[in-house]
Design a protein around this ligand. Structure first.
Ligand SMILES: [Zn+2]
Length: 418
C-alpha cells in the first residue's frame, strides 16, 4: 500500500490525527486507487482516469503545484489528456489546467477539452472584476503578504446546465450540477470504476459553508447533493481536499454525516430565526453536534460552524441581524472615541482588554482592544495590547480562517509599530 493510502486508512480509523499536511499537502503524490484510476494529492486533488481515447482528469489543481501534478500524471501515463472536468471554478482546482495545455502542445497531442458548469464562466468574469478584493482577502485569510490573485483563467470549452454524461473511450462520466460550496459545482460519478469525485462538497473537514470573505454558500442544497452521492454505492471517493476514501460503507457514512452536520446547523438556525431571535443570539445558541465534529473528516480545521450559521442567516434572512445600531451605524472611530472618553481614555480600554484576556474572555477582550485601537491608533501601549490580544485569539482557534484573520489583525497592529 502506498504511503498516501496507508495514511488515508490511519486517518479514517483515528490511528493518526488529521493535521494541516492532510488538507494542504506540500508533496504532490499519485496513487493508483483502482486499475486505470489514479488519485493525485495536491491542493486541490486531481482524479485521473485512463480510457482508450485518452486520459480524463477531474480538476487540475492549483497554479503553484501545476508542474508537479503534470509530472506525477505523466509518470503514470503518457496518453493524451482528452478532457479535464472542473468540479468548480475555485483557483486551487482550475489554475493547473494551463500546465496540461502546455504539456499537450509540447508532446504534439491534440488540444485538451475542458468541461464545467456554465456558472464557471460567470465566476471567472467575477474574479476578473474583483481581483483587487481577492488579493486583499488572500493576504489576510491565508496570512500571505505576497499573495496575488490570478487573472488568467483557462475557460471551459464546453459547459452544461443540470446534468451531462460524457462517453469517453467507452467509459461513462456522469456530471451533476450542485449548489453548495459554490453555485458552479459539479460532482462526477464513474459507474464502471465505482468512483465518485466530490469536488469541495467533501473536503475532510467541517464543510466550508461559512467563508467570511466569499460570496453566498448554500448549506441546504449542499446537504442534498451529499445525500444524492451517498446513494451511489461508490467504492472510491475522490475528495476536493484530503485523502481518498475506499469502501462503500465508509463513503456512505462520510457523505451522510457531512450532510447531517449541515442539516443540523441549518435547522437550528432557521428555527431560531422563525422565533425572531437576532443573529447575535442565533450564532451563540446553535450548536454543531459534538458526535459529528469529532469525526476525523468533520473537524473544523478550515472553516468554523459559527461562520456557517452566519451564512445560513445571510442566505435566508439578508444582511441585517436585528441590532438597530447596525442598520445605519456611526463610524467605528467615532463610537470608539466616545466609549474611550467615558472609560477614562483609550489606555483604560486597553488595560481592561488585557485583564479580560488574562481571565480567558478573549471575545470580550477583542472588542475592547479594537475600541482602544480605533480610538487611538497611534498609541504605542494600545497597539501592544491589541497585538497581544489578537495573537492570543489566533492561537486559540482550530479553524485556519479564524486563526489567520485574527493573526492578520495582530500583524496589522505590528506594522503600525514600524
Ligand atoms: Zn478547494
Amino acid at each position: 500500500m502506498s504511503d498516501l493510502l496507508d495514511r488515508a486508512e490511519r486517518l479514517w480509523t483515528g490511528d493518526v490525527e488529521p493535521d494541516e499536511s492532510d488538507l494542504s499537502p506540500t508533496e504532490v503524490e499519485l496513487a493508483e486507487v483502482a486499475p486505470g484510476v489514479a488519485f493525485v494529492s495536491s491542493i486541490g486533488n486531481v482524479g485521473a482516469f485512463a480510457t482508450p481515447d485518452g486520459l480524463v482528469l477531474i480538476d487540475a489543481g492549483s497554479r503553484s503545484r501545476a508542474e508537479r501534478v503534470v509530472a506525477a500524471v505523466r509518470a503514470w501515463s503518457e496518453a493524451p489528456v482528452d478532457t479535464i472536468v472542473y468540479t468548480h471554478g475555485h483557483i486551487d482546482h482550475v489554475m493547473g489546467a494551463a500546465a496540461f495545455d502546455r504539456d499537450a502542445e509540447a508532446r504534439g497531442h491534440r488540444r485538451v477539452r475542458v468541461v464545467g458548469h456554465r456558472n464557471v464562466l460567470e465566476r471567472f468574469d467575477r474574479y476578473r472584476l474583483m481581483a483587487g478584493y481577492h488579493t486583499v482577502v488572500g493576504k489576510r485569510q491565508y496570512r500571505r503578504p505576497d499573495f496575488e490573485w490570478p487573472r488568467d483563467y483557462r475557460a471551459p470549452d464546453e459547459t452544461y446546465e443540470d446534468a451531462c454524461t460524457l462517453d469517453i473511450g467507452g467509459k461513462r462520466f456522469e456530471l451533476r450540477h450542485a449548489m453548495g460550496e459554490t453555485d458552479d459545482h459539479t460532482w462526477v460519478f464513474v459507474p464502471q470504476d465505482g468512483v465518485v469525485c466530490t469536488g469541495d462538497l467533501f473536503t475532510w473537514s467541517c464543510p466550508p459553508a461559512g467563508a467570511p470573505h466569499e460570496s453566498q454558500r448554500y448549506a441546504t442544497d449542499w446537504a442534498l447533493a451529499l445525500r444524492e452521492m451517498a446513494q451511489l454505492d461508490a467504492e472510491i471517493l475522490v475528495p476536493g481536499h484530503g485523502p481518498p476514501i475506499t469502501g462503500a460503507d465508509r463513503i456512505r457514512q462520510a457523505l451522510e454525516e457531512t450532510a447531517e452536520l449541515l442539516e443540523s446547523l441549518v435547522e437550528q438556525a432557521i428555527a431560531l430565526m422563525n422565533q425572531g431571535v437576532p443573529i447575535d443570539r442565533v450564532v451563540k445558541e446553535v450548536r454543531a453536534p459534538d458526535r459529528l465534529l469529532g469525526r476525523p473528516y468533520l473537524r473544523p480545521t478550515y472553516d468554523d460552524p459559527e461562520f456557517v450559521v452566519r451564512n445560513v442567516w445571510r442566505e435566508n434572512g439578508g444582511w441585517f441581524g436585528g441590532n438597530p445600531t447596525e442598520l445605519k451605524p456611526a463610524g467605528d472611530a467615532d463610537v470608539a472615541r466616545e466609549v474611550a472618553r467615558l472609560a477614562g481614555g483609550p489606555a483604560a480600554l486597553a488595560d481592561r482588554a488585557r485583564e479580560l484576556a488574562d481571565s480567558g474572555d478573549l471575545r470580550l477582550a477583542g472588542h475592547l482592544a479594537q475600541l482602544a485601537m480605533d480610538a487611538a491608533p497611534d498609541d504605542t501601549h494600545v497597539r501592544a495590547v491589541y497585538v497581544q490580544v489578537f495573537d492570543r485569539r489566533s492561537g486559540r482557534e482550530p479553524s485556519l480562517l479564524a486563526r489567520n484573520i485574527f493573526g492578520a489583525a495582530a500583524d496589522a497592529g505590528r506594522r503600525a509599530d514600524d
